[in-house]
Unconditional design. Structure first.
Length: 183
């Protein structure tokens, strides 16, 4: 996957450059990339776009049917160019990298949260407020995943990690005692 990200990087840069300079473009870019990312949660779509047996025209038709009217025309055209160049299979990496770059331009810090259960809206708002004050940023976007095996939660924002999980606490205790990490 690291090689794919290396190949996807110039396309992500091109996408951000193509959309920059337009009025309200950053918010629109983030919305478009979020829509694309949500559509890519369908593994059937990802497999179809990566399938070498489906023609370029077939993939373009698929992209138009999925995204037309949901994303800006310039974003849609960019996806069609990826098809023409034979790089549509990199769409997940391009989207991920471009979204990361767009957040950086918008001064939005992404916090990756792993929780044992779904977080309510009020819990997410409280956590967002706490992370804003802790990290000194103006905007925080939570990326929440659920891990039912976890007791507690972990948060990573930038280079800071807050680990309140039992396994994290045990690992910390083991390192203080000079023992190997429990697994």
């Amino acid at each position: 996957m690291a090689k794919n990200l290396k190949v996807a990087q110039p396309y992500a840069n091109a996408f951000i450059q193509m959309t920059s300079g337009k009025k309200d473009s950053l918010d629109k870019v983030i919305a478009d990339l979020t829509s694309i990312e949500a559509a890519l949660e369908s593994k059937d779509l990802v497999q179809a776009l990566s399938n070498p047996l489906i023609s370029v025209d077939g993939k373009k038709t698929m992209i138009k049917s999925v995204f037309q009217g949901k994303i800006d025309n310039s974003s849609l055209n960019f996806l069609l160019v990826l098809c023409d160049r034979g790089r549509i299979n990199l769409l997940e990496g391009v989207t991920s990298l471009a979204l990361e770059m767009a957040y950086k331009q918008a001064s939005v810090e992404v916090a990756y949260v792993v929780s044992a259960s779904e977080m309510s809206d009020s819990q997410q708002e409280a956590l967002t407020a706490k992370l804003k004050s802790m990290s000194g940023v103006k905007q925080v976007k939570l990326e929440v995943t659920v891990d039912k095996t976890l007791i507690g939660f972990t948060v990573q924002i930038g280079s800071k990690v807050v680990d309140t999980s039992i396994s994290g606490q045990l690992a910390k205790l083991a390192s203080h005692l000079g023992a190997s990490s429990p697994q």
